[in-house]
Design a binder for this molecule. Structure first.
Ligand code: F6R
Length: 251
């Protein structure tokens, strides 16, 4: 595991974007696994700037997003598809045909999961670079704490804390989705490179548990310790518990 210390969120965003940018420079037709949430927003902003500067291009890249709410369509403002359009897709030169999103409005969610896995299976060498955030309960994508590590794309009942974390994005009194669809661990663990981003004190305890505790499905992110090419990019606040308990690893 490669642990990259950043002083703050701005540095984390620049460093994460540099990793993705170098991936695209070295292999313009890279397959990128993308996350939503607050954490990668700064990274996506940096990537947009790099495209505008002419330093990188997404024109040959393909993307797969990790997850979506059941019931949400790309047009819904709170959907992850809409998030991606807002923060990245509408601002870079990605070919729309190369964007892969889960359809939360699919009539048959089971079929939608199979369609996504089949699409992922067609990508011969898998995902080149998978960007991940981590939930306070240790989830990656919407892979919530469980008694096993689900391998394939599947439907999930979201934990109360995950639903609560979304409340800020919804109007008061609005109904917040309680189920998600998420890529499973197979494509994530099969990615050639995994970049785990963590920012802020609220991630400090779970980051330490995931990276230094037991590998167990109750802490889904802990499985990443078995990945051969994991880079964790985190800011001082997210690293605070690791700095306290394992100072030699960071300093
Ligand atoms: C979303 C996703 C989630 C988030 C996680 C952290 O696509 O994969 O696992 O990465 O919930 O969210 P933020 O970044 O908002 O703290």
């Amino acid at each position: 595991m490669n642990l990259i210390y950043c002083e703050d969120y701005a540095e984390l965003s620049r460093k994460a974007a540099s990793v993705v940018a170098s991936q695209l420079i070295l292999n313009p037709s890279s397959v990128l696994g993308l996350a939503t949430g607050n954490t990668p927003i700064g990274c996506y902003a940096q990537l947009v700037e790099a495209v505008l500067n002419g330093d990188i291009s997404f024109s040959e890249a393909r993307t797969f997003n990790l997850d979506e709410y059941v019931g949400a369509s790309r047009e819904d403002e709170q959907s992850f598809g809409h998030f991606m359009d807002t923060h990245l897709f509408s601002k870079v030169d990605l070919n729309p045909e190369n964007i892969n999103l889960l359809d939360g409005r699919a009539k048959d969610i089971g079929q939608e999961c199979l369609r996504y896995d089949e699409k992922l299976g067609f990508v011969q060498c898998g995902i080149d670079c998978q960007i991940l955030g981590v939930g306070r309960n240790g989830h990656i994508g919407f892979n919530e704490p469980d008694d096993h590590f689900p391998l394939n794309t599947h439907i999930v009942d979201l934990e109360e804390g995950t639903i609560e974390a979304q409340r800020a994005y919804y109007a008061p009194g609005a109904v917040i989705p309680t189920q998600g669809i998420t890529m499973g661990m197979r494509p994530i663990m099969g990615a050639k490179q995994v970049i785990l981003l963590a920012s802020g004190e609220s991630k400090a305890a779970i980051l330490e548990e995931a990276l230094f505790g037991l590998v167990k499905p109750e802490i889904p992110a802990s499985i990443l310790r078995f990945h051969g090419n994991l880079t964790v990019i985190a800011d001082r606040a997210a690293l605070s518990v690791i700095i306290e308990k394992h100072p030699s690893v960071v300093l």
